[in-house]
Design a protein around this ligand. Structure first.
Ligand SMILES: Nc1ncnc2c1ncn2[C@@H]1O[C@H](COP(=O)(O)OP(=O)(O)OP(=O)(O)O)[C@@H](O)[C@H]1O
Ligand SMILES: [Mg+2]
Length: 246
C-alpha cells in the first residue's frame, strides 16, 4: 500500500522452530488510519502483533516503519523507531501509581517527559485526577486508558493494540473506541486486534480477516461488513433466508 507508515509483508513467525503460527500474513497502515484484524480464536492474531513488536521470533517476511526497514529489530529498537504496543494482559503495573506507570512507559526512549505527561493527562482527565494513586484502583476501562497512555509516552507513529476492549462494560468499550478515534485523528496509525469484530470494523478504515495465520479477507472495513461470506463466518450474521424456503 502506498503511503503506509507501517507495512508488514508475508510475515512467518512462531514460538517453536519449524512450527510457524503466522504463515505469511501481511498488513499495512497509513498515518491516521485504523486497521482491524479479526479472525477465529487461535488464528494467530496475537502472535502476529507480538511478532511485529519483536516479541516473537520472525523467520521470514519484511517489516517497514516510517520508510525504514525494521525487519528483525529487537523490541526496544522497534519502540525507538516509532512502534507502540499495548498487549492484551499485563499492560500496566498495578502496584505503581498512575504517574509512575507513565514515566516507566517512556523509559525506552527517555528525553523530556514533561510535555508528554501533560499531553497524557490532557487526553485522559480521569487519569490526571488519580495520578498519585496505584493503578490497581482503576476500573477496567481506566486501566486500558492507562495502558494506551503508557504506550503513547514513547510518541509512536504506529500503535498496535491486542483486544483493548476485552472484558469491559459496553460504556467502557465505547470510551476506548472513542479514544482510538481521537488518536487516529491526531495522525497516529492504529493496528487493532478485536473480538468485538463488528464494532471494531465500524470504527476502522480497513480490515483483515486472519485465518490459520494467513490473510483470508481484507479490504475496506465497510466492504467487509457488507460481505456475506465474511458476515456468516466471522461476524455472526445469519445466512439470508432463501425465498420460499423453510
Ligand atoms: N506462548 C506460546 N507458546 C506456544 N504456542 C503459543 C503461545 N501463545 C499462543 N500459542 C499458540 O499459537 C496459536 C495462535 O495463538 P494466538 O494467541 O496468536 O491466537 P489469537 O488469534 O490471538 O486467538 P484469540 O482470539 O483466542 O486471542 C495457538 O495455537 C496457540 O496455542
Ligand atoms: Mg489473541
Amino acid at each position: 500500500m502506498t503511503g503506509a507508515v507501517f507495512t508488514a509483508e508475508a510475515v512467518v513467525a512462531g514460538y517453536v522452530p519449524g512450527l510457524p503460527i503466522v504463515q505469511g500474513a501481511s498488513v499495512a497502515v497509513a498515518a491516521g488510519e485504523i486497521v482491524t484484524i479479526i479472525g477465529p480464536n487461535g488464528a494467530g492474531k496475537s502472535t502476529f502483533l507480538k511478532a511485529l513488536a519483536g516479541l516473537v521470533p520472525t523467520t521470514s517476511g519484511r517489516v517497514s516503519l516510517a520508510g525504514r526497514d525494521v525487519t528483525g529489530l529487537p523490541a526496544p529498537e522497534l519502540v525507538r523507531a516509532g512502534l507502540g504496543f499495548v498487549p492484551q494482559t499485563g499492560n500496566v503495573f498495578t502496584t505503581l501509581t498512575i504517574h509512575e506507570n507513565l514515566v516507566v512507559g517512556a523509559h525506552t526512549v527517555g528525553g523530556d517527559l514533561g510535555p508528554r505527561l501533560a499531553a497524557a493527562y490532557a487526553m485522559f482527565p480521569a487519569l490526571a485526577a488519580k495520578r498519585g494513586q496505584r493503578a490497581r484502583v482503576l476500573s477496567g476501562g481506566q486501566r486500558q486508558m492507562l495502558a494506551i497512555a503508557r504506550a503513547l509516552m514513547t510518541r509512536p507513529a504506529v500503535l498496535m493494540l491486542d483486544e483493548p476492549t476485552a472484558g469491559l462494560s459496553p460504556k467502557a468499550v465505547n470510551e476506548v473506541f472513542d479514544d482510538l478515534r481521537r488518536l487516529a485523528a491526531s495522525g497516529v496509525a492504529i493496528l487493532l486486534v478485536e473480538q468485538n469484530a463488528k464494532a471494531a470494523l465500524r470504527l476502522s478504515d480497513r480490515g483483515l480477516v486472519l485465518v490459520e495465520g494467513r490473510n483470508r479477507f481484507e479490504g475496506r472495513a465497510a466492504d467487509l461488513l457488507a460481505d456475506p461470506a465474511v458476515g456468516e463466518a466471522f461476524l455472526g450474521h445469519r445466512k439470508a433466508a432463501t425465498p420460499g424456503g423453510a
